[in-house]
Design a protein around this ligand. Structure first.
Ligand code: ADP
Ligand code: 3PG
Ligand code: MG
Length: 393
């Protein structure tokens, strides 16, 4: 997609600059920041603004509080972590768009930051309410969009503000667009997509978007079950949604037409009642009481063999229940093998990015998107409202 007008051309010195960031981070049991990657990835833009003498007002959501104040989703722990990373205090405006927020914004000095409390405490955010968007816009003079993870949402902060203020892409958004565009525009071939995860209905559009675009499509995780079942596999009690049978038939028909090679697991790691240790079975021979949670060793080797000649690889979705040490070998072995395959490798997905670090295989990727749904929509070539609204460079 065309590059967006970037922060480099924004006249920010001495101005009140609204910055949409995606601080929707994983939280610990007491609301603490469990993974600060999205905060860290916003730092280049925030450091740029500080160095340029901007007065930055940061806007984010956290979780899905549903339009009312819920202390479990307060951004205060995020402000705390951000202060430590920036080495300067970041006060929080609790009232979001009230008198207090206006006062705090007006009192900002060059190089200072203010964080508004969770935008989703206000019902106007997700409703893209014009009055709420106008109130937010009133707090600043310019708008920087740096919340790549949220550009697939048409909310007050992502489309309402940029319709009202001169708007620019932040450094993270610029980088995400540049990197992910490489998958859409002339990727080096062969191009392979490796997709796992659990929610088949959610991932079908992603899988189908690869027809005509990739050379090889490898499917793992629980996502593979309905495809295996359609090919006659007996999967024991592993979840297979019968409502998807029609879609799966259509999927194989389209795959054949587009000449994409679809690679499915040949063996699976299963558990059975009364059996302590997980066992491995071929996909056409699971015992009736078996439930599958990972791809087996033969599948891992086959996946790597198919990935080896690729020069572009996109990965989304764990190949098994990777949070559980008993079922992480499939994802870990395939991704650590991928690390020694040369080429351009991109990872995307909320759970996927997190698991990469836990498994210590982030080195397999040239780029790991901060987007979950946003990145998956981007690589499908869909229009993202929060990007569409920004002027081109
Ligand atoms: P992402 O958020 O990166 O797009 P998904 O949400 O699609 O990824 O999938 C992540 C989840 O899928 C993980 O929590 C993982 O445990 C689960 N999963 C993958 N394979 C299996 C499986 N065979 N059985 C149970 N859960 C699985
Ligand atoms: C994400 O984590 O995908 C973004 O922050 C968007 O969050 P949402 O799915 O609750 O809109
Ligand atoms: Mg997920």
């Amino acid at each position: 997609m065309a590059a967006k007008r970037g922060i480099g051309s924004a006249p920010v010195h001495g101005r009140r600059v609204l910055v949409r960031v995606d601080f929707n981070v994983p939280q610990g049991p007491n609301g603490e920041v469990a993974d600060d990657r999205r905060i860290v990835e916003a730092l280049p833009t925030l450091n740029h603004l500080r160095a340029a003498g901007a007065r930055a007002i940061l806007l984010s959501h956290l979780g899905r509080p549903g339009g009312h104040r819920d202390p479990r989703f307060s951004l205060r722990p995020v402000a705390h972590r951000l202060s430590a990373l920036l080495g300067q205090p970041v006060p929080v405006a609790d009232d979001i768009v009230g008198m207090k927020a206006l006062e705090l914004a007006a009192r900002l000095e060059n190089g200072q930051f203010l964080l508004l409390e969770n935008l989703r405490f206000h019902p106007g955010e997700e409703a893209n309410d014009p009055a709420f968007a106008a109130q937010l816009a009133h707090l600043g003079e310019l708008f920087i969009e740096d919340a790549f993870g949220t550009v697939h949402r048409a909310h007050a902060s992502t489309v309402g503000i940029p319709k009202r203020l001169p708007s620019f892409a932040g450094l993270l958004v610029e980088r995400e667009v540049r990197e992910l565009s490489r998958l859409l525009e002339r990727p080096e071939r062969p191009y392979a997509a490796l997709v796992g995860g659990a929610k088949v209905a959610d991932k079908l559009p992603l899988l189908r978007s690869f027809f005509g675009r990739v050379d090889t499509l490898l499917i793992g995780g629980a996502l593979a079950f309905p495809f295996l079942a359609a090919r006659g596999g007996s999967l024991g009690v592993s979840p297979v949604d019968p409502a998807l049978a029609g879609d799966v038939t259509e999927f194989f028909r389209e795959a054949k037409e587009s000449a994409v090679e679809v690679v499915l697991p040949t063996d699976l790691v299963v558990t059975r009642a009364g059996h302590e240790e997980p066992e491995v079975y071929p996909v056409d021979g699971l015992p009736p009481d078996a439930s599958a949670f990972d791809i087996g060793p033969a599948t891992r080797a086959r996946f790597l063999e198919r990935l080896a000649p690729s020069r572009t690889v996109f990965w989304n979705g764990p190949l098994g229940r990777a949070e559980d040490p008993r079922f992480r070998a499939g994802t870990r072995d395939v991704l650590s093998g991928l690390a020694s395959v040369p080429g351009y490798h991109v990872a995307a997905g909320g759970d996927s990015a997190r698991i990469l670090n836990d498994l210590g295989v982030a080195g397999a990727f040239r780029f790991v998107s901060t987007g979950g749904g946003a990145a998956l929509e981007f690589v499908q070539g869909l229009e993202l409202p929060g990007l569409a609204v920004l002027p081109d460079a």
